[in-house]
Design a protein around this ligand. Structure first.
Ligand SMILES: *[C@@H]1O[C@H](CO)[C@@H](O)[C@H](O)[C@H]1NC(C)=O
Ligand SMILES: *[C@@H]1O[C@H](CO)[C@@H](O)[C@H](O)[C@H]1NC(C)=O
Ligand SMILES: *[C@@H]1O[C@H](CO)[C@@H](O)[C@H](O)[C@H]1NC(C)=O
Ligand SMILES: *[C@@H]1O[C@H](CO)[C@@H](O)[C@H](O)[C@H]1NC(C)=O
Ligand SMILES: *[C@@H]1O[C@H](CO)[C@@H](O)[C@H](O)[C@H]1NC(C)=O
Ligand SMILES: *[C@@H]1O[C@H](CO)[C@@H](O)[C@H](O)[C@H]1NC(C)=O
Ligand SMILES: *[C@@H]1O[C@H](CO)[C@@H](O)[C@H](O)[C@H]1NC(C)=O
Ligand SMILES: *[C@@H]1O[C@H](CO)[C@@H](O)[C@H](O)[C@H]1NC(C)=O
Length: 725
């Protein structure tokens, strides 16, 4: 008796659910629910129920009834990206960054998301080709697929993304040549609104097409470092006057450097090192804003130190290792007022080194190993803060007391955000002391600066600025951040500056899901803009493991948990009893129906006995529906989603019908299917379309409804898709 009442209760809830539609568009809801099965681990625990918008699922934002934003960075998601997600037809922002267990490929149905503006999948483990269909995302402004394992070529179709502002495909396994347009195909040269080409650290090969750059472009960052590009640097690069950062280092480029690079008067950082460039050293005298110049490891013609070095008034870093320089180093080079570091190792420099009395006050290092320098004019007072290294020069082969400049080693850097006038207290395991001396679980990761304009990694002012601006950017979007801590800045082999970041929560010891996904988004979406001297950056976040309110098995059991468990246990026991009663009743019913397949002896046109009661609905054969839908042809398809597809068809009587065909994987058991049909055939409500029949043959489950030609069809149809989940 009680079992029956409970069942009645659930049924009536279910009916209300059908009729009073939830806030979320049901197709969207169904898709999000299907994502739950795909992203096995790491899904927010509050992804419960069937109304993501109404129930404010973590990481989901809606505009009225439609899902427009998914931001789930650093959640520890696993599994693979499925085509289902591409059914969210109003989606504008998708950010699944920093989920390193997220595998698989980018489905080619991604091209269906034609409202998408921001596609951000940084630092996952995605592989396979980037589908051509990406070129259909006509609204796309921001495309970041960096730090994955994508392979294959760069799709030429990216060239048709006319609104694209940010293109980051760096740090993947992409190969082939850089696509440019021709009569048949678009290409990257068409991206005249794009400011960022970040394509470094791939396996791109072939010549860089002369056509790639043109004077209509507004690029500021062109990063092609660490690829396998060959041939000369295109002279068209000199036409893009807006350029600020250019990296072509670590390729196989040959030929002479085009002289019109000297036209790029906004250039701040230029990296041409580690190529096979030949010919004369380019004359860059007009680049008065250049701060960082690295042309090391090329085979330029032998030359003396060019006089134009001393005219680059903004220069902080001059790196010309192994570039066939000879003669004396003029003291004027060291007087540039911002100069911090000079690296002229492995050249043929000779004579006397005299850095002069009026050298830059910011000068930190002068590396001249492996040259032919025979004398040094030491000015102990003036030079004391500078690391000068002359090892492997004749001057250091003299016998006698080894001089400091012969034994010194290259400077590393160290920095850690200091505590703010408070006494750090020891924290229990896992907790870390914040700069404000609070013990908490910080969100951590690594900031990677791709082309910093400075070398003075020993100068704390840079880090203090960085800290301050990061904190301000979190606080200005009302994130509950107490403080940020930077540590362990280091330059790696590719001259990227890496800095460890820890973000501490405000007023509690951990962040909740929303907090983490929003912090991750501020960094993945480049909402945070670092001080200009840091140049382009990307962030790789760690998965967060201490979400507020989510107890992990390994953690100590608290009183609260014990009480919770006790209460939970009672509820569970009650549920088990109810489930037992329910199962028993179901079994009795099934026995009565005398078959495991309730359709076996079931003539839906007869309404008798314990057999399903259908009002006005009939059974269609597969053949029949196959004919009406022209073999379920694409032209008859009117919609699709996680549950399967919806087709439009006409009955011989002329009546329009809609057929909802469940796809394999979203089928229900026979009993459930039968129950659903029974229920639907009895529901008549102005907001619901009428069920005309069903088909249960050849392993198919289809529901046939009357067809309502405009938008309400979708809503009404989706109104029943819950039965499928
Ligand atoms: C750019 O450089 C080229 C070659 O150095 C020169 O002929 C040309 O006049 C320059 N263009 C502009 C706009 O400065
Ligand atoms: C470099 O170019 C500038 C102006 O374009 C010129 O005055 C200077 O002589 C050139 N320097 C060299 C070494 O060719
Ligand atoms: C450098 O600038 C000067 C004047 O600003 C100009 O006359 C000269 O052509 C430029 N040199 C190059 C190589 O573009
Ligand atoms: C130049 O090449 C040498 C040897 O391969 C390497 O150790 C050095 O780091 C390179 N220098 C720069 C600035 O890339
Ligand atoms: C550190 O950098 C700042 C900003 O560039 C500069 O003003 C300051 O002089 C530098 N300090 C030292 C000791 O080099
Ligand atoms: C340098 O750092 C960048 C960013 O972290 C990374 O992608 C790259 O592999 C590193 N390069 C080397 C040679 O370690
Ligand atoms: C999660 O943190 C945000 C602040 O980032 C707060 O507004 C929100 O209420 C918190 N959510 C829950 C469920 O505690
Ligand atoms: C994310 O980036 C887009 C495009 O770069 C920008 O328009 C938008 O304001 C950013 N969103 C947030 C919340 O910062």
């Amino acid at each position: 008796m009680m079992g029956l009442r409970i069942q009645v209760f659930f049924l009536s809830v279910w009916f209300q659910f059908l009729i009073i539609a939830a806030v979320t568009n049901t197709e969207d809801a169904v898709i999000l629910k299907s994502l739950k099965d795909i992203f096995k681990d790491g899904l927010p625990p509050n992804w419960q129920g069937s109304d993501p918008c109404g129930d404010q699922w973590d990481g989901i934002e809606c505009s009225r009834t439609r899902v427009t934003t998914i931001t789930l960075s650093s959640m520890g998601l696993s599994g693979s990206l499925s085509g289902d997600i591409t059914g969210l037809s109003e989606l504008q922002t998708l950010d699944l960054s920093y989920n390193e267990d997220l595998k698989g490929s980018l489905p080619s149905s991604i091209g269906n998301l034609n409202k998408l503006t921001n596609l951000i999948l940084v630092g996952c483990s995605l592989s396979g080709p980037i589908p051509d269909s990406i070129g259909s995302l006509q609204q796309l402004v921001f495309l970041s697929l960096n730090s994955n394992s994508f392979s294959g070529g760069i799709p030429a179709s990216i060239g048709s993304l006319t609104k694209l502002y940010w293109l980051d495909l760096a740090d993947n396994q992409l190969d082939g040549t850089i696509p440019v347009s021709d009569e048949d195909s678009p290409g990257l040269d068409m991206l005249v609104h794009t400011k960022h080409f970040h394509l470094g650290k791939n396996k791109l090969s072939g010549r860089i097409p002369e056509k790639l750059f043109n004077s209509h472009m507004v690029l500021i960052h062109v990063l092609f470092d660490s690829n396998q590009l060959t041939g000369p640097l295109p002279s068209s690069l000199g036409l893009v006057k807006t350029l600020e950062v250019v990296r072509f280092d670590g390729n196989l480029l040959s030929g002479t450097v085009p002289s019109n690079l000297n036209n790029l008067t906004n250039l701040n950082e230029l990296f041409l090192s580690n190529n096979r460039l030949t010919g004369p050293m380019p004359n860059l005298t007009n680049l008065t804003t250049l701060s960082y110049l690295d042309m090391s490891n090329n085979t330029f013609d032998q030359s003396t130190i060019p006089s134009w070095f001393s005219t680059l008034q903004s220069l902080t870093t001059l790196t010309m290792e192994s570039t066939e320089l000879q003669g004396e180093v003029p003291a004027t080079v060291f007087s540039l007022s911002h100069l911090q570091a000079v690296n002229l190792k492995r050249n043929r420099l000779d004579g006397t080194l005299d850095i002069g009395a009026s050298h830059s006050s910011q000068l930190q290092s002068i590396y001249l190993q492996k040259n032919s320098i025979s004398a040094f004019t030491d000015r102990p007072g003036a030079n004391k803060d500078i690391t000068i290294i002359l090892a492997d020069n004749p001057i250091c082969q003299e016998s006698g007391d080894p001089k400091e400049y012969c034994t010194a080693s290259e400077r590393g850097s160290s920095y850690t955000t200091p505590s703010k006038s408070c006494q750090p207290t020891p924290c229990s395991s896992g907790h870390i002391s914040s700069p404000n001396c609070m013990c908490a679980y910080p969100y951590t990761g690594i900031l990677n600066f791709r082309a910093p304009s400075f070398s003075g990694v020993g100068n704390e002012t840079y880090y203090q600025n960085l800290e301050k601006t990061i904190l301000v950017s979190f606080q200005s979007v009302k994130l509950p951040v107490d403080s940020v801590s930077l540590s362990n800045p280091r330059k790696n082999q590719s001259q990227y500056l890496e800095i460890s970041l820890a973000v501490f929560p405000l007023g509690q010891d951990s962040f909740n899901r929303t907090g983490i996904s929003r912090i991750g988004f501020v960094l993945s979406n480049q909402t945070y803009k670092p001080p200009k001297e840091f140049g382009p950056f990307f962030f790789i976040g760690d998965g967060y493991r201490h979400f507020t309110g989510e107890t992990r098995k390994s953690e100590k059991t608290s009183i609260g948990v014990i009480i919770g468990a006790a209460v939970g246990g009672c509820v569970l026991l009650l549920l088990l009893v109810l489930a037992g009663v329910y199962a028993y009743r179901q079994k009795r019913r099934a026995e009565k129906a005398n078959d495991q397949n309730p359709f076996a002896h079931w003539d839906p046109n007869k309404s008798s006995g314990s057999i399903p009661q259908l009002k006005g609905a009939r059974c269609f054969s597969f053949e029949e529906l196959n004919k009406y839908t022209n073999h379920f042809s694409d032209t008859n398809e009117v919609g699709s989603g996680g549950y399967g597809k919806v087709y439009r068809a006409t009955l011989p009587s002329g009546q329009l019908i809609a057929i909802k065909r469940a796809q394999h994987g979203s089928m229900q058991g026979a009993v459930e299917f039968k129950t659903e049909i029974e229920l639907l055939s009895r529901v008549h409500h102005k907001n619901l379309v009428t069920l005309l029949g069903f088909c249960y043959e050849r392993g198919e489950q289809m529901l046939i409804y009357e067809y309502i030609p405009n938008g309400s069809l979708r809503d009404s149809l989706s109104g029943t898709s819950f039965c499928f989940c």
